[in-house]
Design a protein around this ligand. Sequence first.
Ligand code: NDP
Ligand code: BG6
Length: 524
Amino acid sequence: MGRTRKNTRNRDDISAGVRGIIAGSTEGKCDIDIPDPFCLLIFGASGDLTKRKIIPSIFRLERLNLLPRNFFILGSSRSEMTDDEFRDTMRDAVQAALPDDFSASAWKTFAKRLHYLPVGYTDVKAFKRLSRHILPLEKEHRTNGNRIIYMATPPTVLESIIQNLDDSGLSKKTTGYTHVVIEKPFGRDYDTARKLNILLKTFFEEKQIYRMDHYLAKENVQNILMFRFANSIFEPLWNRRYIDHVQITVSETIGVEHRAGYYETAGVLRDMFQNHLLQLFALIAMEPPSIFEADRVRDEKVKVFRSMRPFPVDGIDDFVVTGQYGEGKVHKKNVVAYRDEPGVAPKSVIPTFAAMKVYIDNWRWNGVPFYLRSGKRLASRKAEISIHFRPVPHIMFSQSMEEEIEPNTLVLRVQPDEGIKLSFQTKNPGSKICLNPVVMDFTYPKVFMLNAYERVLLDCMQGDQMLFVRADGMEQTWSLLTPLIEKLESAIKTDMFPNYVSGSSGPPEADALIEQDGRRWRPL
Ligand code: NDP
Ligand code: BG6
């Protein structure tokens, strides 16, 4: 189970040949190439994402010896802060995010790499100041002009940042690479996503653009392709002849938390389906690329999106169910309804749950339904993909057995307890004819895992776009979902929500969606 990652760029710096090692796989070690020196320029550095994910991830990567000796972080946002104030805020954030990995001595070294400069996103003069500020830092930290520009701001300010990066010369250099990381949401429909792609491509090449989908970086999501295409026993079965249907579930116990401002303009279809669920779907459904290379893999994913059957404008209820949580109990605690969350409109019709049935019109998957569901405030936190095989063609035990034989199921657990479980039938020892469903269950040992943000940051430093979404893939998913979202939004009425109790498995209509086909959801 070893894994070696290759640096795709020339490596003529001091770190060439150096490797970090994450030990603890089931049998051996995983080698990860150390990236070249770099500068990480973060816009929105006073915000939640920077505190909770970006800085703790970089800190932990350094603790794991996976970063080069030479790198620095320049935080930037409108808030006035000195370097030291920024360092103090980030120290608290890292301590809170990584209580077990934090050490005062490691922080002392790390803190020297943190810098801050306030910038108004529409102020070109401020960007020119930033441009002048970054040069001596790059010299001091010997980062060879390599820059990662991370947009950790609300999407509303992206346009002016991108324009000002160009006007100030920050994105034009003669040495090193410039990679731009764009967070989700990437637009809110097909037109806005396309507009954003056009804007980005005015200033950057596709190979410089890293569109985030942190689900792609989860360990067992990356494993999907390895599992499918590095084992000979499953791939021959991976088609309509042997698979009855596929379920993809991403359920959350949390509610909207402090994010009503964003969520009220998004809802679950934009927040979870357009990106995370459809990416999982594509990895399960795609054809094998000829080589494991970012663009070849992304080509195959786009082909899946292109083969998806559009949702019928009439009769959409047979394919899609939406819901919004009411009050209830989660983990034995009373929780309020979505409409009573801070910042949510009292008559909001934003869906916090959706379930859908999707077909792919191609040779491999013709007639196989994929059932996708995701929601907030559900009974458990779980992300999993289950492959439900067809029943055996003839049950020779039928005279002696009353119960039906459960068909085989393969479950890929994305979180929690990342692993793989295959259920099959065996004979119950002692009895004459009594079948007993048993499971083979593999759970990843925690020790060798990088979390999703650590993984994507490292890949972005290494110039590996495999776990990022390409422009055509982004537009294709939006083009499928935009008419659906518009249709649902035009039909929704305030008295239709709330329609599920917090802590439940979603609205009863979602059960009906799959039960009308004679199937059942896996329990949450
Ligand atoms: P925040 O709302 O915390 O905003 C980040 C920073 O941007 C703020 O600190 C603020 O800095 C600046 N800002 C906020 N609102 C405005 C505004 N209206 N105009 C200009 N500047 C503003 O966002 P997050 O850090 O939560 O998220 C950043 C991006 O990452 C968003 O696109 C979000 O959707 C995405 N994301 C976030 C996740 C998370 O867990 N937080 C998860 C996945 C994606 P200042 O006032 O100092 O300029
Ligand atoms: C984010 C969504 O992309 O993913 C959130 O915006 C959601 O609404 C989150 O809670 C789920 O991610 P994870 O990694 O916690 O499953």
